[in-house]
Design a protein around this ligand. Sequence first.
Ligand code: ACM
Ligand code: ZN
Length: 545
Amino acid sequence: MNRLIALMLLSLTAGHALAAGDSPALIPAPRKLECREGTFNLHPKTHILADRASQDTARYLAERLRQATGYKLKTTLGTEPRKAKGAIILTTQEAKAALGPEGYELIVAPDEVALRASGQAGMFYGVQSLLQLLPPQIFAAKPEPGQAWQAPCVWIEDQPRFKWRGVLFDTARHFFPKAEVKQLLDVLALHKVNMLQLHLTDDQGWRVEIGRYPRLTQVGAWRDEAGFGLDPKLSTTYGPDGRYGGYYTKADIWDIVAYAAARHITVVPEIEMPGHASAALAAHPELSCSGGPYTPNAKGGVFAGVYCAGREETFEFLQNVLAEVCELFPGKYIHIGGDEVPKDSWKQCPRCQARIRQEGLEDERELQSYFIRRIEKFINAQGRTLIGWSEIREGGLAQNAVVMDWIGGAAEAASTGHDVIMSPTSHCYLDYYQSTNHATEPKAIGGYVPLSKVYAFEPIPPNLAPAHQSRLLGAQGNLWTEYIPNFKHAQYMLFPRLCALAEVVWSPPGARNWEDFLRRLPVQFQRFDQLGVNYRKGTPERIGE
Ligand code: ACM
Ligand code: ZN
């Protein structure tokens, strides 16, 4: 072969050789990155050396590399580089404690990769950055012959800006089987996202098995159609009997939680109350003010189902449900919804009105506050922390509750000693349209949140005083799925907007640059192509529309 052609082929297959001035296409952008001379070459004899604490992370890296390269890299306990020249070293020794449990330092040199982190979350994020330094084909499911595996030499020092880097996935309006949730977790890990809120119950479906109340899933997990006026063919979750829906068994949840934990992602369950409860009330109409009947509300739009706040049985039921939920989900936080509670049924209900009188409450808003406070006591007694949407502030905020702000209230809550998470509709609603041209977009619930808007999001609200900013845990993108009946569509709505949000919550404001993000994004798209992830395509100029 002609030498010149051979060289051209080599640079094509390497595919990742950096043009002068370009830094590697890492998303989210690291806090500090310095490009250095040369490249590190991964080859079949490359050793992975890891200290005892980093063994699991080393195995994760070796497995990822094996899938794409076919190399069965030797993974050895110990971090003495002389044992293996050209090694990838993962170690907690001499890690900079100031980088925190999620921070890491990554040095890629021609003859060695050194990854130091004091915690395994940080080690895992360092591995994600290392993978992103390699060609996008490193995310392939199986090896391509002839691929070269080079990473540019760099020094990276990195740590997240916020503790809560979240995504909400609504599995109630439409059901997404376990395998799809796991696929989502893989892509969240790539973005250093660490919280997945699973919206498990709503008017249209109850998606988690509860041993004590089997009717919740026998009745509440199924409806007759995909709903929301959608073409039934768009849905992928019709059962063999033609009914629409599904639910996660306890074994499914254990599997999802473990899979997430291996990626340093906490799964936060959301069990809606007192409203958004039609599916639960279809199974247990005796817990409503009227006594029923209810059906899982496939049409959407009507928030009819509210638990009766006057019946003791409501609290007994919810506490039994939450006790099982706490067993299934080991994380610190339990989300109880609390949004959009219509008060009409409470106004007409003699039991609810009797409760208001007995407890000396002012009105139905205070009855809602009574409801949430009572549930909070139970959740706190299980050693967990309650999260609720903005509306849980109505009638008085429960003592230790965290507010997830979608329609305001973060600054007020933070200034009175509550932790807050930002998820405003203006920037974080990933179910909203990505373009003003609805003719070229799948039908969405409304709104307009283009990529550029997400990227420009500043999680610290302007009215949050500096003294209270430590109360801001972070931010979350919400994927409500009324109009999203299949996983491919869900991915289309998430990506690339989630790439932007991941950078907002991870990277310091000074490391954020829209033009540079658009330069890096096509490489992320190549990774998505390898991973089989659907996303909204477009030339960089048009992506932000
Ligand atoms: C919400 O979007 N109802 C929290
Ligand atoms: Zn009632």
